[in-house]
Design a protein around this ligand. Structure first.
Ligand SMILES: Cc1ncc(C[n+]2csc(CCOP(=O)(O)OP(=O)(O)O)c2C)c(N)n1
Length: 325
């Protein structure tokens, strides 16, 4: 099979540091997922789909201070992390639709996206699975004498995994350049967090000497400031930080879950606290409309690219197992 030639469009510079850039990326993420959801409904997504709609500010704010050479570890709910780290929407859409031009040649779907050239070291179907990988990535950066950092996104459900405690210990002991970002969307699969999570997440690092902070995860600037401070400290050798960003998952756990276990009033209150609307309030309405129109074009092009790409066949299974000698 020919090598993929589609250029990667990294989100760098003003894309994540200005109000305009942050709003645009959040809008891109929102429209990307709405489009993927429609495709899922049409039977075009051959795999599960977990939507992060309502949580865009955590990813965009969380990646705002990052360079291409910094690493990000994502989760099963990771489209927004991928886009915020610079993934091209066309190749990401192609992955979801099982096409040969997808980031993993259409073999993995949304829970198996890795883009090493952009520092995106993987979405992950194993709850908490990104945490040890992030710890290793941060150790590698430190061992190589680089001033790059690793940001590890995970849900509040993952804080119950044993590996979280192990990672906090090692990260503190070795002062690793690692930022733990707990994206607390308040539901762990189909049950509210109160059933699974004891104590205060942002204080979990206290006894290890890891500073922690809780932020409004629907305020992109608040997330960017908190994670930005942590990134600056990590780059300077100051070690890890734990950031808890409180947000809300608008849709069910997976596409198809009608989330009947939630109260309408609760959902509506969180929808009224839309992080995208809040980010857009900083812009002139005409500028916002122009950005929305740009995003619409980009999403249409991404979908067309995916739809026009070849469907991945069984022959792809044998590719990429060994590095070229
Ligand atoms: C090790 C492991 N246990 C259980 C599951 C099944 N599972 C998938 S998502 C999920 C809940 C994750 O909750 P959270 O970490 O809060 O992330 P969110 O879904 O809220 O984004 C569970 C239990 C899994 N994928 N991996």
């Amino acid at each position: 099979m020919a090598e993929l030639k589609t250029p990667v469009a990294p989100a760098t510079g003003s894309a994540r540091t200005t109000s305009r850039g942050r709003y645009r990326l959040m809008r891109l993420s929102r429209r990307f997922e709405e489009t993927a959801h429609e495709q899922f409904g049409d039977g075009q997504v051959p795999g599960p789909l977990h939507l992060s709609i309502g949580q865009e500010a955590v990813a965009v704010g969380g990646c705002a201070a990052l360079r291409k050479t910094d690493a990000v570890l994502s989760t099963h709910r990771g489209h927004h992390h991928c886009l915020a780290k610079g993934a091209a929407p066309d190749r990401l859409m192609a992955e979801l639709l099982g096409r040969t031009t997808g980031y993993s040649r259409g073999r993995g779907g949304s829970m198996h996206v890795a883009i090493p050239a952009l520092g995106l070291l993987g979405t992950n179907g194993i709850v908490g699975g990104g945490i040890p990988i992030a710890t290793g990535a941060a150790y590698g950066m430190q061992a190589q004498g680089r001033d790059d950092v690793t940001v590890c996104f995970f849900g509040e459900g993952a804080t119950g995994a044993g590996v979280f405690g192990e990672a906090l210990n090692v990260a503190a002991l070795w002062r690793l350049p690692l930022i733990f970002v707990c994206e607390n969307n308040q539901y762990v699969e189909l049950t509210p967090q109160e059933i699974h999570v004891a104590g205060e997440i942002w204080r979990r690092g206290e006894s290890y000497g890891i500073p922690g902070v809780r932020v409004d995860g629907n305020d992109v600037n608040a997330v960017a400031d908190a994670v930005g401070d942590a990134v600056a400290r990590a780059r300077g050798g100051g070690g890890p930080t734990l950031v808890e960003a409180v947000t809300y998952r608008w849709f069910g756990h997976y596409a198809g879950d009608r989330a009947a276990y939630r109260d309408d009033d609760e959902v509506n209150a969180w929808r009224a606290n839309d992080p995208l609307v809040r980010a857009g309030a900083a812009l002139d309405p005409a500028e916002r409309a122009a950005l929305d129109a740009e995003v619409e074009k980009e999403i249409s092009a991404a979908l067309a690219f995916a739809q026009q790409s070849a469907v991945t066949g069984p022959e792809a299974i044998a590719l990429d197992h060994y590095a070229a000698a």
